[in-house]
Design a protein around this ligand. Structure first.
Ligand code: GPP
Ligand code: MG
Ligand code: MG
Ligand code: MG
Length: 357
């Protein structure tokens, strides 16, 4: 897990200033401390940490989820400077979320038969890795409770924190299950791809871990009880749904160089927002074309689906969805009684609105 500062600086990480210090430096300082413990574990069990030095790509993501824990805590404290301890602990929770994301992505890329991730071949695509990637995913997942135990076990919110991570993982795995089983061969039927099915999939597979989890971590650190923040959870789930619609859109219309991955949703027969919309807007002839070409690996079939998406002006339909969704989320945020919570939610929304990657 060796990563040098130049690698981190290349990541386009947002430079959020905390107590006059830049986030990247803070992330690195906290990471250095966490790394020592994880390497100790690996050395103890395996005798060497050589294999693990390969997962530096974890750091090449946007780090939005991790950064949002520190950002949110600062906003919840209404501008009051965070103490050194609060910076360390919120950064640690941020890294735990990035670890969770890395674990999901390593496994998701196998399940989706993806080719690239973060501008490089997917981890399992490396000849020396292959299905060892499954175990690497499990290892990444197992680091999280170790980091939590080491740094949070004396906190009164420790049990709530463990429960939160467990619950969110449970929700994500179920979302992933629906995402996968809807594509099963022999049951290919596009009329089942409705907006409500799509909503259910993305709420579970993406929204809880990507949006609710970072803010919930900050709320626990700020001494809040999560059961008093159901409305915050609802707004974050809405934001996460919007984020996954963007992901579905970028899978087809995004630039692979910019998003760092090559889309596979059409080939994989995914219940993507685009196919849901396409089916809704198609006439009988267009529906027939979609049924004949969707879910096939042949580039000729994929090109026909993409041409239909263009014909149906799905780019325009998405732009309209994007502005409407933004307005709706802003309205719910502004109805929240706490200005500090409003600031947390607006800051998160600002990070993703009209994103290109
Ligand atoms: C995103 O779906 C959802 C996940 C990465 C959650 C995976 C959960 C597991 C339990 C493994 P996606 O396939 O659209 O993401 P991407 O487009 O980044 O591959
Ligand atoms: Mg995927
Ligand atoms: Mg997937
Ligand atoms: Mg996707």
């Amino acid at each position: 897990m060796n990563v040098c500062i130049s690698e981190l600086l290349l990541l386009n990480v947002s430079f959020v200033s905390i107590c006059g210090r830049c986030w990247t430096t803070l992330c690195l300082e906290v990471w250095d401390a966490l790394k020592v413990d994880l390497q100790k574990d690996v050395k103890l069990i395996l005798g060497c940490s050589k294999w693990f030095s390969n997962v530096g790509w974890i750091f090449t993501g946007k780090l939005n989820r991790g950064l949002s824990v520190v950002d949110s805590l600062k906003l919840l404290k209404e501008g009051e400077d965070l103490t050194e301890d609060e910076i360390f602990l919120s950064s640690t929770l941020g890294w735990c979320i990035e670890w969770l994301q890395a674990y999901f992505l390593v496994l998701d890329d196998i399940m989706d038969a993806s080719h690239t991730r973060r501008g490089q071949p997917c981890w399992f695509r490396l000849p020396k890795v292959g299905m060892i990637a499954v175990n690497d995913g499990i290892l990444l997942r197992n680091h999280i409770p170790r980091m939590l135990k080491k740094h949070f076990r004396n906190k009164d919110y420790y049990v709530d924190l463990l429960d939160l991570f467990n619950e969110v993982e449970f929700q994500t795995a179920h979302g992933q299950m629906i995402d996968l089983i809807t594509t099963l061969e022999g049951e290919k039927d596009l009329s089942k791809y409705t907006e409500s099915l799509h909503r259910r999939i993305v709420q579970y597979k993406t929204a809880y871990y990507s949006f609710y989890l970072p803010v919930a971590c900050a709320l626990l650190m700020a001494g809040e009880k999560l059961e008093n923040h159901i409305e915050v959870q609802n707004i974050l789930v809405e934001m996460g749904t919007y984020f996954q619609v963007q992901d579905d859109y970028l899978d087809c219309f995004g630039d692979p160089e910019t998003i760092g991955k090559i889309g596979t949703d059409i080939e994989d027969f995914k219940c993507s927002w685009l196919v849901v919309k396409a089916f809704q807007l198609s006439n009988d002839e267009q529906k027939k074309l979609l049924l004949e070409n969707y879910g096939k690996a042949d580039p000729g079939n994929v090109a026909k689906v993409k041409a239909l998406y263009h014909e149906l002006n799905l780019q325009g339909v998405f732009e309209e969805y994007e502005s409407k969704s933004y307005e709706k989320i802003i309205t719910s945020i502004e109805a929240h009684p706490s200005k500090a919570v409003q600031a947390v939610l607006k800051s998160f929304l600002g990070k993703i609105y009209k994103r290109q990657k």
